[in-house]
Design a protein. Structure first.
Length: 195
């Protein structure tokens, strides 16, 4: 059952596109394609005005300024947004404070959240419960991934295998090995600097 009303369609549909790191931008173009394709989905749902916000590509949600997210919140507060589309609604915000701020603003101005799983009205208790759980699970997932990564780094350090940088004249190779740099000029620069 669609929750989209003529009032929602009279306002814009905003597609928020984000990938957290430059590495994701480089190596995961499929995620970006899926996110940009949401603009067409918004048109299929009946919106004529579709705005894509992709200012935050390559920006982490943790402690980093996200001008695109701020622009999205401003447009919601001004009543210009009938729905926000994302591949996964909980990916819109990467911490509890931002997530709950987004939900509150959407509830205040009757703005829907739409992802691949469904349409959510933050004014409705059941939808709010589902959105709350999605946000909590997303935050928990990030916390677990962060903990696992830190523990893996600690274990590598304990074994003496953690190399964040290597000295001039050397390069990191596969399987965390360190070899002489294949560039003779770099290697000779290293030797002359140590003499």
């Amino acid at each position: 059952m669609s929750q989209i009303t003529p009032d929602h369609l009279a306002r814009g549909a905003y597609v928020y596109v984000r990938q957290s790191t430059p590495d994701q931008l480089l190596h995961n173009p499929e995620s970006r394609r899926r996110q940009y394709a949401l603009a067409e989905r918004a048109r299929q749902l009946g919106w004529t005005e579709v705005v894509v916000i992709d200012d935050d590509l390559g920006r982490s949600g943790g402690g980093v300024s996200r001008p695109g997210f701020e622009r999205l919140l401003l447009a919601i507060c001004e009543g210009r947004v009938g729905a926000v589309l994302a591949v996964e609604a909980s990916r819109l915000a990467r911490n509890g404070r931002d997530w709950h701020t987004l939900l509150e603003f959407c509830a205040l101005v009757d703005c829907l959240l739409i992802d691949e799983e469904g349409q959510y009205d933050a004014r409705l208790a059941n939808d709010r419960l589902v959105l709350g759980m999605k946000g909590t699970l997303s935050e928990m997932e990030l916390s677990i991934l962060r903990q696992r990564s830190l523990e893996a780094l600690r274990q590598k350090a304990k074994r003496g295998e953690l190399f964040l940088t290597v000295a001039v004249g050397y390069v990191k190779t596969r399987h965390d090995r360190i070899d002489l740099d294949p560039d003779l000029r770099v290697r000779s620069g290293h030797r002359s600097g140590t003499q």
